[in-house]
Write a new protein. Structure first.
Length: 197
């Protein structure tokens, strides 16, 4: 009897705690604030592509404000950053994983150090909608679309990678139009803090 009770207590004590199996970002919101007064370290960028569309054309075709005084070491998960991409062009994307972390994607869900990323940007999205809501909306509106290809987007898999101490992992908000990439510290220019009217 003692052995059985000990075994049951051991299993209960080792059961997974949901809070320890997730990384939650309660600080990042979908809102993109309007910046009325630009500081001396702020620059602007007109982003013409919809790879960061969270449903309201949040970053596309707007003049974005980038604060170049924010050092890369102060960047947090969820921040949208401005950088030089591999083609030498200026680009933006959202920080998903930080230096030294492990990141992978399983069936459209992002995992950081084997913990589920619980945030609006933690799963595959198309124009701000998750898989269930996207297909429901498209079908209810009678839209013609390639359902098989879209299912592949929502079921995206990416093998785990470990970031070095000078790397960040970025994923655009719209997984169909966007990119997934490693950003080196040297390519970072600044943080997107909002847009101008």
């Amino acid at each position: 009897m003692y052995i059985i009770n000990y075994f049951v207590n051991f299993l209960v004590g080792c059961s997974s705690n949901p809070s320890s199996d997730t990384i939650t970002d309660n600080n990042t919101t979908k809102d993109v604030p309007i910046i009325k007064n630009l500081g001396s370290d702020m620059i602007t960028h007109h982003h013409l592509y919809d790879d960061m569309d969270g449903g309201n054309h949040d970053y596309s075709d707007k003049t974005l404000v980038i604060d170049t005084s924010i050092d890369v070491s102060r960047i947090s998960r969820g921040d949208v950053v401005y950088f030089d991409n591999e083609d030498g062009e200026k680009d933006i994307s959202r920080v998903i994983a930080l230096p030294g972390e492990k990141v992978k994607v399983t069936k459209g869900q992002i995992y950081i150090n084997d913990k589920k990323l619980d945030s609006f940007y933690g799963t595959a999205h198309r124009v701000g909608l998750d898989k269930e809501n996207y297909f429901e909306k498209m079908d209810n509106e009678g839209n013609q679309y390639d359902k098989k290809s879209m299912m592949e987007v929502f079921e995206t898999d990416m093998n785990e990678i470990t970031l070095s101490e000078d790397e960040y992992y970025l994923i655009d908000d719209d997984w169909l139009q966007g990119k997934m990439m490693v950003l080196k510290e040297n390519d970072y220019i600044g943080k997107v803090v909002g847009y101008t009217k």
